[in-house]
Ligand binder design. Structure first.
Ligand SMILES: O=C(O)CCC(=O)C(=O)O
Ligand SMILES: [Fe+2]
Length: 236
C-alpha cells in the first residue's frame, strides 16, 4: 500500500490535483450529507458582502462544523489512509487546518477561476482535500474545473471575463470521491443548475505554512483578502 501511496503523491505533484473515486464509504457520506442539510436547510442566505459577490462571481455559503464541535466531522480528519496520503504529499509535520462545508443554492454561479492563495512562493501553499457527500453531475452542475500543472505556472492570467483553457479538465465527483487539489492550481466551479451543491474541504498545509495562508485569494480580476473583506489588488 505504501508504494501505491507514494505513486499517488507523485501523481498529485505532477498534475496539481488527484481524483480518487469511492474513497469514502457511502454510509459515512450519507450521515455527513444529512448533518449538512439539517444545518443549512434547502435555501440558506449569503453573508459575503456585495462587492465580493459582484467581483468574484463566487456564490458559496461556508460552514465550519468542527469549530462548533460537530464531532462526526473528525472521522474524515482521522481516516488513516486519508492521513497517510496527506503525509506522502506534504511531508512530516504537516498541519490539518479546518474543515469547511461549502453550500451553493440552485441558480448560483459556482466559483470563478481562482487560486486559494498567492502562488509567488512555491513553498507557501495549502492543499484542498475535497470530500463529496453527494453526486455532482451534469444535471446538478457545479462541476469542478482544473488546469493540470498550473500549480507551477504562477498567477492566473488577468482578465475581467470568464475564460476557458484548452487543457482544462472537468471533474464530476460522485458521492464518496476525494479530490486533492493544490491551492496554487487554477480551478473553478461551474454554475449550479440543480437544487443545490455541497462539498466539504479539509484544508491542510505543510510544516511552516501559517494557518491564514488562504486569507488572500487570487482571481483573474483581483486579489481579495477575506479577513478585511477588501480588494487588495485590481488586476484589470
Ligand atoms: O467545491 C469544490 O469543488 C472546489 C472548492 C474550492 O475551490 C476550494 O475549496 O478551494
Ligand atoms: Fe478553491
Amino acid at each position: 500500500m505504501s508504494g501505491h501511496i507514494a505513486q499517488l503523491a507523485q501523481q498529485f505533484w505532477q498534475q496539481g490535483y488527484l481524483v480518487l473515486d469511492g474513497f469514502f464509504e457511502p454510509e459515512l457520506m450519507d450521515s455527513y450529507q444529512k448533518l449538512i442539510m439539517d444545518y443549512f436547510g434547502e435555501d440558506p442566505q449569503f453573508f459575503h458582502n456585495q462587492e465580493f459577490l459582484d467581483k468574484s462571481k463566487t456564490e458559496v455559503i461556508p460552514w465550519f462544523p468542527q469549530r462548533e464541535g460537530v464531532a462526526e466531522f473528525d472521522i474524515v480528519d482521522q481516516h488513516p489512509l486519508f492521513r497517510a496520503l496527506t503525509q506522502a504529499i506534504l511531508g512530516e509535520g504537516w498541519n490539518s487546518q479546518y474543515s469547511m462545508v461549502m453550500f451553493s443554492r440552485k441558480g448560483t454561479s459556482g466559483q470563478a477561476w481562482h487560486q486559494d492563495c498567492p502562488p509567488e512562493d512555491p513553498a507557501q501553499f495549502n492543499i484542498n482535500r475535497l470530500v463529496y457527500t453527494m453526486d455532482i453531475d451534469p444535471q446538478v452542475g457545479g462541476q469542478t474545473l482544473v488546469v493540470p500543472g498550473s500549480h507551477r505556472k504562477g498567477a492566473l492570467p488577468a482578465s475581467e471575463a470568464d475564460m476557458a483553457f484548452p487543457e482544462q479538465v472537468v471533474l464530476t465527483p460522485r458521492k464518496g470521491t476525494l479530490v486533492l487539489l493544490h491551492g496554487h492550481t487554477w480551478h473553478k466551479v461551474t454554475p449550479v443548475t440543480g437544487d443545490y451543491r455541497v462539498s466539504t474541504n479539509y484544508r491542510a498545509a505543510p510544516k511552516g505554512v501559517p494557518d491564514d495562508i488562504t486569507d488572500i485569494c487570487v482571481y483573474p480580476n483581483m486579489r481579495y483578502r477575506f479577513s478585511t473583506q477588501e480588494v487588495i489588488e485590481h488586476r484589470v
